[in-house]
Write a protein that binds this ligand. Structure first.
Ligand SMILES: *Cc1c(COP(=O)(O)O)cnc(C)c1O
Length: 481
């Protein structure tokens, strides 16, 4: 099977990585040299370094729009927006200019000791305008993981201010992802992470995920199954005692866990249970926030109202690191009116990150990028995937909305039978994509897509046709047709 990059009529002018990088003062090396140095000195996140070093990393040197270039000059279409984050696409000068101006004006100042600065003020006011009505206050950090650490601190402070000191337990979900600090990793429900974390945060427990294809038994409909999974929250609260439960946290749809979209019955039931037992409801919007589903925030897509939202990734489109927590008015009031809140990070509200975030949010708003995802490119992408893979011999389901999708690889799609060696199958498919110059992520036996929100229909066609080739090649390799 060969994977020539398909030439399309609308390609951006060829970018010469060497000239651009030379200008930026970067040292230019051959791919072999880069790989050797990377192997010698760089430990990658979530990687088996031994096998990675033997195979060699792909060196990405340049990006524009929805395309990446590697150090051998290959042009790659980025079906993952970096790592779910480059919502406005690569190469937006507005963001670079905002960073440059802010670095010259005020590269850093802290907000700990009765000081503030214009970028963090502008960002907070803009977020209050863009977020749903009850969200008017924001606390800043540098990542989604720190956002969820901050959530824990706010949740505990909130209940302390209410005099309910026994409310300490946070309920989360298996196969949820909330980052990789100790608190983020404990909140998340990834078994392979927990195994390497003998020290975890106390008072965190997990319930099952609403993963219909993989876990529904018998003849339950997706709606009945999702309802049953939501009701596990009630059972868990009753087991622990509502007086001991502080919060429930979940991603509106699970991202890293496989783009698992719960049926429509799930979130209303979760919200009902949280209200009934006086439990704070936290939406981890690190992937869902800033337009992924076609709404500004994914909880709007699913129709529920959280008390706290965790933000990162799309907040700055990944151009610089930044995370945040949005507080519902009732939570903000308790935090504001009850003395010191003893939490902060040197770079909380970093002026350069805040300036970039403001420029990014203005692009999303003023260029109506999210409206286009909702009304045009999102529906096109979802339909194209569903049409292309209807009755495919190894595609069991397609989940998603807007510009995010999960494709379930399956041994027998109709019987909802998964591959015994799911992870291997995903890796095979991911490698076919990689060789075909498409970035599509594999999580076990699910293939994930989350392209930049500025993608156009021709580029969507290119992603889907490359994905089809890779999945056909996977089926062929497995001897299924
Ligand atoms: C990526 C992610 C995080 C962690 O964000 P980092 O910036 O990697 O720390 C947290 N929650 C969700 C839902 C994520 O997808």
């Amino acid at each position: 099977m060969s994977y020539r990059t398909e030439e399309v009529a609308y390609v951006q002018p060829a970018v010469q990585p060497s000239a651009a990088s030379a200008q930026a003062g970067q040292q230019l090396r051959s791919t072999a040299e880069y790989r050797a140095l990377d192997a010698a000195h760089h430990i990658h996140p979530f990687s088996d370094m031994g096998s990675l070093n033997r195979a060699g990393s792909r060196v990405i040197v340049k990006a524009q729009g929805v395309y990446l270039w590697d150090s051998d000059g290959n042009k790659i279409i980025d079906g993952m927006a970096g790592l779910w984050c480059v919502n406005v696409g690569y190469g937006r000068k507005e963001l670079a200019d905002a960073a440059y101006r802010q670095m010259q004006e005020l590269p850093f100042y802290n907000t700990f000791f009765k000081t503030t600065h214009p970028p963090v003020i502008e960002l907070s006011a803009l977020l209050a305008e863009l977020a749903p009505e009850p969200f008017n206050h924001f606390f800043y950090c540098n990542s989604g993981s720190e956002g969820n650490d901050t959530v824990l601190r706010i949740v505990h402070q909130y209940w302390a201010t209410q005099g309910k000191h026994s409310k300490k337990v946070v309920i989360s979900r298996k196969n949820g992802y909330h980052g990789s600090t100790i608190a983020g990793g404990t909140l998340g429900g990834m078994g392979y992470m927990h195994e390497q974390m003998p020290s975890k945060v106390e008072n965190i427990v997990h319930i099952d995920q609403p993963y219909f294809f993989g876990e529904a038994q018998g003849n339950l409909t997706p709606e009945e199954f999702a309802l049953a999974r939501a009701q596990q929250l009630e059972a868990k609260i009753l087991e622990i005692g509502a007086d001991n439960v502080a919060a429930f946290i979940g991603e509106p749809f699970q991202g890293a866990g496989g783009v698992i979209f719960p049926a429509s019955t799930y979130w209303p039931e979760i919200q009902r249970i949280c209200r009934k037992y006086d439990i704070l409801l936290v939406a981890d919007e690190v992937i869902g926030g800033f337009g992924r589903t076609g709404e500004w925030f994914a909880h709007q897509h699913f129709g529920f109202e959280p008390d706290l939202i965790t933000l990162a990734k799309g907040l700055t489109s990944g151009y610089v690191p930044m995370g945040a927590v949005g507080l519902h008015d009732r939570v903000a009031k308790a935090i504001i009116e009850n003395g010191d809140f003893n939490h902060g990070l040197t770079y909380s509200g970093h002026p350069v990150a805040a300036a970039v975030a403001v420029a990014n949010l203005k692009l999303l708003r003023d260029e109506k990028i999210i409206e286009r995802v909702k009304n045009d490119t999102g529906p096109y992408f979802q339909k194209k995937l569903r049409d292309t893979f209807a009755d495919h011999p190894i595609i069991g389901e397609i989940s998603g909305a807007g510009l995010v999708a999960g494709l379930q690889l399956a041994q027998d799609p109709k019987a909802r039978k998964r591959f015994a060696n799911g992870g291997d199958v995903g890796t095979i498919c991911r490698d076919f994509c990689f060789n075909g110059n498409l970035i599509m992520r594999a999580t076990g036996d699910r293939m994930l897509l989350s392209p930049p929100l500025v993608i156009n229909k021709l580029e969507i066609d290119e992603i889907v046709s490359k994905a089809k080739k890779a999945i056909d090649a996977t089926a062929q390799q497995l001897g299924i047709s």
